[in-house]
Design a protein around this ligand. Structure first.
Ligand SMILES: Nc1ncnc2c1ncn2[C@@H]1O[C@H](COP(=O)(O)OP(=O)(O)OP(=O)(O)O)[C@@H](O)[C@H]1O
Length: 312
């Protein structure tokens, strides 16, 4: 069965001015698709351009170049107010630090109901309250929480409020930008499980951004690895994990600790050294196996291919 693309990112670029005649190429010619109902993980170290990619997709930033198609519609094309509103409803974002993304002066009711108000989704005060209370329960909080303020909650609870706020407008697609990085490890799995449950119940599609591969591997169907504004590898989650090809992906994988003392004793951190690359030509994104892509030169492509065959 042909999978349906919900999002197509084509040659996306986002450059920031940085002082005199300098620019930062935060996202530099990135292309990938996301299919309806899947979780696409985007990983890479701090500064690799993951957040900028997410923010440009949802139009918090104007793109410097390239295209974003959401349900076959150009996100960055000129749009009327009505079209933008419709788009905003279908695509929502959850942020890393719920404390800074929730207005401290608003109570939980008003925070969660903001989208309901903007989009005119409730008829009266009673319906508004009922919707918010229902959403609180959906994310594992309770209705009494509606009258409280963000500072009265723990980090994990605040993230649940952020999730409820995103869900309120019944989106199809959610960009989760490091939604668990600021949380205690013991709370991280709870929030991830909640996101997975909601995805199943509501048929949601996620772009899940993270700086390490450990949790992403568990939640994602496919993973894209970013390094300095470029996508360097993209594959199904298992394939990327078992058969990483790009040296940068290998270094990210080697950084994942496992709760196995034997493994930990022998675990070797691979440090990525960009100078090992073949510099004879510009690298390109090439398909090394079906649905497994890697950014490399032709020479590296042959070398990586050989390595993969030897592993079989
Ligand atoms: N608003 C901005 N103005 C100028 N430069 C920016 C802006 N946002 C990001 N950058 C720069 O763009 C590059 C990519 O940043 P980005 O935040 O997208 O990376 P990231 O991989 O998401 O990292 P992190 O995990 O730290 O958020 C960095 O060099 C950053 O300094």
């Amino acid at each position: 069965m042909e999978r349906e693309k919900i999002l197509e990112v084509k040659n996306l670029k986002k450059y920031f001015p940085a002082g005199r005649k300098k620019i930062i190429k935060a996202v530099d010619d990135v292309s990938f698709d996301i299919y309806r109902g899947e979780t696409f993980g985007l990983v890479g170290e701090s500064g690799s351009g993951k957040s900028t990619t997410g923010r440009t997709i949802i139009r918090l930033y104007e793109a410097t170049g390239g295209q974003v198609l959401f349900n076959n519609e150009d996100v960055h094309g000129k749009k009327s107010k009505e079209e933008l509103l419709k788009f905003n409803r279908k695509m929502q974002m959850i942020f890393q630090d719920p404390s800074s993304s929730l207005n401290p002066r608003m109570n939980v009711m008003d925070i969660i109901a903001e989208g309901l108000d903007v989009h005119g989704l409730v008829k009266n005060e009673q319906e508004r309250r009922e919707r918010v209370e229902e959403l609180l329960e959906v994310v594992g909080l309770n209705r009494e929480h509606a009258t409280r303020f963000p500072h009265e909650f723990s980090g994990g609870q605040r993230q649940r409020i952020g999730i409820a706020r995103a869900l309120a407008v019944e989106p199809e697609f959610i960009i989760a930008d490091e939604p668990i990085s600021a949380l205690d490890v013991s709370i991280q799995a709870q929030v991830v499980n909640l996101l997975k449950k909601l995805q199943k119940e509501r048929g949601l599609t996620y772009l899940f951004i993270a700086h390490d591969l450990s949790m992403v591997k568990y939640i994602s169907d496919r993973i894209g690895v970013m390094y300095l504004g470029n996508l360097v590898e993209l594959a199904d989650s298992d394939e990327l994990y078992n058969n990483p090809v790009h040296p940068y992906t290998k270094s990210l994988l080697s950084a994942i600790p496992l709760p196995d003392p034997e493994y930990e004793r022998n675990r070797k951190r691979i440090v990525y050294d960009p100078s090992i690359h073949d510099m004879s030509e510009e690298p390109e994104f090439r398909e090394i196996r079906p649905n497994h892509w890697v950014r490399c030169t032709r020479k590296e492509f042959e070398q990586y291919k050989k390595e993969l065959e030897e592993r079989e």
